[in-house]
Design a protein around this ligand. Structure first.
Ligand SMILES: [Zn+2]
Length: 369
């Protein structure tokens, strides 16, 4: 199969040029079109590695979970990372209900609470401290190393009250024991952004990094990045968006971009209760285009950087890499995006997925059922 005439962005190399992309045997091939190749005209469109969404909730059957394949393919997404929907006691159920029954690429962060981030309509998973078990977490990760890529803790007052900080310490110890990244969510204080940032090491991830909870923003009112966050970035800590229902503030994003501190990864935090606010991954990307971030940077934040953050060899278009490819178009539009904190931004352009290819197989075509 040949995708002909599109502007090909390969964020791994930073290159963007009009060229053909050939998919053969499930990988990106070199060389020109061969007789018998199916040629798809993508003139005027953007050809990108399949999108990688670093923050989702796709645990089938759980109240938070959205349908992985159903959400992924129409949004150009070929890899979804579930971030802590399941803890040690439910990761086997996640494997059976979601990993083994979906086509899209799936990896997961294990929640430090054995019950996982189950219904957000009830108390948070850290309210009962006996659900945090380091031993159970380590055993679960050992048993599911083929798809568990890190440890997640929602260390904030709303999720854990006084137990949030001890849970952060427990998650830190587990991540160190198993040698995987730690992802911490940034929510309302009193667990402070400084305490969280100081606990993170190279390769760890701060998600909801641009959230707007008063007292916990990564940037102050005068546009200065919080020193603890700047230090964490220098150590190699990644700032992830995790838009969600209350994980993203347009004002914080504006200030961070003005301070020369763009995000490392752009993700949705899609779940049953956030999808109305979020839309889909291309719409979250469109917010950053509207904020003035260049397309190439936005694509890097949704392909190669999140892939490498979890040790996956996807998110690039170099010959020989897996043929996860997305065709997008940037259309003139007049749309307004909300941020979950009461602010909106008007955009004159919107990114939309046109075709999605997973391992060389077409899994989505816009307009066809
Ligand atoms: Zn989340």
């Amino acid at each position: 199969m040949v995708l002909r005439g599109g502007t090909v962005h390969d964020p791994a190399t930073g290159r963007a040029r009009v060229t053909d992309v050939r998919l053969e045997g499930g990988v990106i091939a070199t060389g020109d079109a061969q007789p018998g190749d199916r040629v798809i005209d993508v003139t005027g469109r953007i050809v990108s590695p399949g999108l990688v969404d670093l923050h989702t909730h796709i645990f089938a059957g759980q109240d938070l979970g959205v349908d992985a394949d159903g959400v992924a393919f129409p949004s150009g997404t070929t890899t979804m990372i579930d971030t802590g929907s399941a803890g040690a006691h439910l990761i086997g159920a996640f494997r059976a209900s979601t990993l083994e029954r979906s086509t899209v690429g799936i990896r997961a962060f294990l929640n430090i609470a054995t019950i996982g981030a189950t219904s957000i309509l009830l108390g948070g998973e850290l309210r009962a401290p006996w659900y945090v078990s380091e031993e159970e977490a380590v055993a679960a990760i050992d048993a599911h190393r083929d798809f568990v890529v890190g440890v997640k803790v929602r260390a904030s007052a709303d999720v854990g009250g006084e137990h949030a900080l001890p849970a952060l310490a427990a998650a830190r110890r587990v991540a160190d024991r198993v040698g995987l990244p730690l992802m911490v969510h940034l929510g309302p204080p009193p667990v402070g952004v400084d305490e969280i940032a100081d606990s993170l090491r190279e390769g760890d991830i701060l998600t909801h990094a641009f959230t707007g909870w008063p007292g916990n923003a990564v940037v102050d009112d005068d546009g200065r990045t919080r020193p603890s966050v700047a230090r964490a970035r220098q150590r190699g800590v990644l700032l992830d968006i995790g838009h969600g229902a209350s994980g993203f503030s347009l004002e914080v994003a504006r200030r961070m971009l003005a301070a020369g501190q763009p995000p490392d990864t752009i993700s949705t935090d899609l779940h049953a209760y956030s999808s109305k606010t979020v839309g889909d991954l291309p719409q979250v990307m469109s917010r950053f285009l509207a904020l003035g971030m260049p397309l190439g940077d936005v694509l890097r934040c949704t392909t190669v950087t999140p892939a490498r953050a979890v040790g996956l060899a996807v998110g690039e278009l170099t010959p020989g890499s897996r043929a996860d490819v997305t065709v997008l178009e940037l259309v003139d539009a007049d749309v307004e995006y909300a941020d979950g904190f009461g602010a909106t931004i008007r955009a004159s352009r919107e990114l939309r997925a046109v075709q999605t290819f997973l391992g060389g197989q077409q899994v989505y075509e816009r307009g066809s059922a």
